[in-house]
Design a protein around this ligand. Structure first.
Ligand code: TXA
Ligand code: MG
Length: 321
C-alpha cells in the first residue's frame, strides 16, 4: 500500500470514512486512527502495528458529547476530570457501550476515552464525523512517534495516510485513569501528573500491580518504548553529588539528561528542563538507533510533575519490558 502524506485534515478524513487507517498528530504523540465503529478498519490498526490483540485502544473524540456514543455511564469522578482536563493529555476509562466493537477494547467491558488538545487533531476527528480508535503510531514495542517522520520510519506502506503536523508538544503519552470504580486509579502515568489529578479528585491513587494480580491496564505488560540500544539509568545530580560520572562504556554510547556529565560519549543531549527532557526522549532514542548507538545513559530526575511519567518510560525501556 502507498502511504499518502498530507497537511489537509479533510483529505486525511476521506480515508477514515472509507474504512482506512490514518496517522495523525496529537499534543502527546502521533496516533494511528480508524473509525471506532468499524471492526474491519480497527483490525487494520492491529495488523499495521503488529500489536498484540489483547491490548485495548483509546477512543479519541473531538467533542464531549461524543462520549455518550462510547460509554454507558460517566461517573462522578470522570465528570470532574473531563471538566478540568478535556481537551488535553488525559484518558478516562469508563464502562463501554455495546455500540463499540469488542476488538477496540480487546474484549474488555471498559473503554478509554480522550479528547486531544492539539487543534489539528480535533479538527481531523471532527472532519471524520465519528470518534477514532487510535494507539500510538509506532510498531509495537518501539518508542512512540513524536514527529511524522518517525511514523513514516516505522509504518511506511503499512497505513494509508499520514496527516502531517508539527513535532508533538509534550512527547509522552496521556495519563490513563480508570474511573469505573469507587476510587479512581491511575493505570498509566503521563502528562497530567498525579498531583494535578488529586487536586480535582483527592482519593485518586496510583495503581501498582503485583505479579499475582490481574493487570488492569494490559498495555503496561507489553514490551514498550524501547530503542535497540541498551538503556541505563544514571543517578541524577541530587544532594551531595558533585558531578555526573558516566561509567566507561564498552561500545558506542549516548547520554540524555539535565546536567553535563563527565566521561566521554558519542552523542550528548543536555535538556534545559524536565519538560524539555520529556519532549526529547523518544526522538533521542530513535536518533541513537539511526546512529548505531549501543548504550544510552539517561539521567534520573525527580519524580514530581511530568518527571514521574518520564522516569516510568525510562525504567521500562531500561528493563526491556
Ligand atoms: O497519548 C496517548 O494516549 C496516545 C495518543 C495517540 O492519544 N495514545 C496511546 O495509545 O498512547 P496506546 O495504545 O499506545 O496506549 C494506550 C494505553 C495502553 O497501555 C492500554 O493498555 C491502555 O491505554 N488502555 C486502553 N484502553 C484501556 C481500558 N479500557 N482499560 C485499561 N487500559 C486501557
Ligand atoms: Mg503505544
Amino acid at each position: 500500500m502507498k502511504t499518502l502524506l498530507t497537511t489537509d485534515p479533510n483529505e486525511a478524513a476521506e480515508f477514515i470514512k472509507r474504512g482506512r487507517i490514518v496517522a495523525f498528530p496529537t499534543e502527546t504523540v502521533y496516533g494511528l486512527g480508524a473509525n471506532v465503529f468499524d471492526e474491519r478498519a480497527v483490525a487494520k490498526i492491529f495488523e499495521a502495528k503488529k500489536r498484540p490483540a489483547d491490548n485495548p485502544l483509546i477512543a479519541h473524540v473531538s467533542r464531549v458529547e461524543q462520549i455518550g456514543q462510547l460509554a454507558t455511564e460517566i461517573t462522578e469522578s470522570a465528570e470532574k476530570l473531563i471538566d478540568r482536563f478535556f481537551p488535553g493529555p488525559l484518558t478516562v476509562v469508563l464502562a463501554k457501550s455495546d455500540k463499540v466493537p469488542a476488538i477496540v477494547t480487546a474484549g474488555l467491558d471498559t473503554i478509554g476515552v480522550r479528547m486531544p488538545g492539539y487543534p489539528l487533531a480535533r479538527g481531523f476527528i471532527e472532519a471524520c464525523g465519528m470518534p477514532l480508535a487510535a494507539p500510538s503510531a509506532n510498531l509495537s514495542g518501539r518508542p512512540s512517534p513524536t514527529t511524522w517522520q518517525a511514523v513514516l520510519d516505522d509504518l511506511d506502506g503499512r497505513m494509508d495516510c499520514i496527516l502531517q503536523g508539527e513535532a508533538t508538544e509534550i512527547g509522552l503519552e496521556s495519563t490513563v485513569v480508570d474511573c469505573t470504580g469507587e476510587v479512581p486509579l491511575v493505570l498509566r502515568l503521563g502528562a497530567v501528573s498525579l498531583e494535578e489529578l488529586q487536586a480535582v479528585v483527592p482519593t485518586m491513587s496510583h495503581y501498582l500491580s503485583n505479579d499475582d494480580e490481574v493487570v488492569r491496564s494490559p498495555g503496561v505488560r507489553h514490551r514498550h518504548y524501547s530503542p535497540r540500544a541498551r538503556v541505563m539509568v544514571i543517578q541524577g545530580m541530587g544532594a551531595g553529588i558533585r558531578s555526573l560520572q558516566l561509567p566507561v562504556p564498552t561500545g558506542r554510547a549516548a547520554f540524555i539528561g539535565l546536567d553535563r556529565p563527565t566521561g566521554k560519549v558519542e552523542v550528548e543531549r543536555i535538556c534545559g528542563s524536565v519538560d524539555e527532557y520529556a519532549h526529547q526522549l523518544f526522538e533521542f532514542f530513535r536518533e541513537c538507533d539511526r546512529r548505531g548507538i549501543e548504550t544510552i545513559y539517561c539521567e534520573q530526575v525527580d519524580e514530581s510533575g511530568i518527571g514521574a511519567a518520564l522516569m516510568d518510560r525510562i525504567r521500562r525501556a531500561a528493563s526491556g519490558q
